[in-house]
Design a protein around this ligand. Structure first.
Ligand code: G1P
Length: 276
C-alpha cells in the first residue's frame, strides 16, 4: 500500500492558448471525446488509490470544482462500473484551494500547502492525458518525476532533466525549464506527474520568479533535489498533450476511434475529410 494519499491537480491556468473559448469555458472542462479533459487526470488519481484530491483553482474556476463534486462514478471507465457516486465520494475527498493571482505552476502548488498539511503528496497536471496510469508508476519510488523522451524541436515546451544512472535506477541531477532545443541537456522531459515530500514547499516559498516572471515548479525542484534525491521514471505509453488545441483534438480522435459505438463511423468520416 502506498503511503501517498493526497493528490494536487492545479487547474488555475489562464488558458491563453484557448482564447476565445476559455473566456466562457475553463479549458479543463473542454471535451476530450465524451468526457472533460481534466477528468482523465482525476481518474488516474482515483484509480491509483488516492483518497484526497485537491484542485488548485483560480477565483473564476469554481465550475471546475463543481464538476468534480458532481462527478459520478459512472463517468469513469469500465473499472468503476460497480461503484456508485456516493461510494466514489466516500472513498475520495474532493476539495479546492484558491490561487488568487496567476503567478505560475510553482506558486499554484504552494497554494495547496495548508491542505496538504505536512504529508507526502502527488501532483498531476491535467494537460497531460496518459492512457497508461502514469502516477501509479511513481508510487514505489517517491519522491519521483515521470519523464518521456521528446524529439529535438519539442524540448522548448517542457522541463528537461539532467539524468544520472546510479545503482540500477534513474535519478535527476538537475533540471531546466523550457530550454532552447540546442541548450537542452537531454531528451528527457518532465511529463506532468510528480511525487514530493512536503519539503518541496520550503523550496517553493523561497523561489524567485523564473521564466515568464512566474514561480516555476522546475526551479524549486532544482533546489529540492540537492537535499532530496529525486527518482526519474520513464513513461513509454500513449500520451496526449491536451494543453494544445491540436493535442486536444488528437486525443479526442484517439478515444473516439477506440469507441465501440462510434469508432467505425468516425473513422469513415475522418477518411472522407482527409480526401479534401
Ligand atoms: C509544465 C511544467 C513543465 C512540464 C510540463 C509538462 O509546463 O512547467 O516543466 O514539462 O508542464 O506538461 P506547462 O505545459 O504548464 O507550461
Amino acid at each position: 500500500m502506498s503511503t501517498l494519499k493526497v493528490a494536487v491537480i492545479p487547474v488555475a491556468g489562464r488558458g491563453t492558448r484557448w482564447m476565445p473559448i476559455s473566456r466562457s469555458v475553463p479549458k479543463e472542462l473542454l471535451p476530450v471525446w465524451r468526457r472533460t479533459s481534466a477528468s482523465y487526470a482525476f481518474e488516474e488519481a482515483v484509480s491509483a488509490g488516492f483518497e484526497e484530491i485537491i484542485f488548485v483553482i483560480s477565483p473564476d474556476k469554481h465550475d471546475v470544482l463543481e464538476h468534480f463534486l458532481r462527478f459520478d462514478a459512472s463517468d469513469l471507465g469500465p473499472d468503476y462500473s460497480g461503484l456508485s457516486w456516493s461510494k466514489l465520494h466516500e472513498r475520495v475527498r474532493v476539495h479546492a484551494c484558491i490561487q488568487e493571482k496567476p503567478r505560475g505552476l510553482g506558486h499554484a502548488i504552494l497554494c495547496a500547502e495548508h491542505d496538504v498539511a505536512g504529508r507526502p503528496f502527488a501532483v498531476l497536471l491535467p494537460d497531460e492525458v496518459l492512457m497508461d496510469n502514469g502516477i501509479s508508476m511513481l508510487l514505489d519510488c517517491s519522491p519521483a518525476v515521470l519523464l518521456m523522451d521528446v524529439p529535438f524541436e519539442q524540448r522548448a515546451n517542457y522541463g528537461i532533466v539532467v539524468p544520472e544512472e546510479r545503482d540500477g535506477a534513474l535519478w535527476i541531477r538537475d533540471l531546466v525549464e523550457k530550454p532552447k532545443p540546442e541548450d537542452a541537456p537531454s531528451s528527457l522531459a518532465v511529463t506532468g506527474r510528480y511525487t514530493f515530500t512536503p519539503e518541496i514547499f520550503e523550496c517553493l516559498r523561497t523561489q524567485a520568479p523564473g521564466l515568464a516572471g512566474e514561480i516555476q515548479l522546475t526551479d524549486a525542484m532544482r533546489r529540492y533535489t540537492a537535499a532530496h534525491p529525486l527518482r526519474g521514471v520513464i513513461y513509454r505509453g500513449v500520451r496526449h498533450d491536451v494543453g494544445q488545441p491540436s493535442g486536444l483534438l488528437t486525443a479526442s480522435l484517439d478515444f473516439g476511434l477506440r469507441d465501440p459505438e462510434y469508432g467505425d463511423s468516425l473513422r469513415a468520416a475522418v477518411a472522407e475529410l482527409l480526401k479534401k
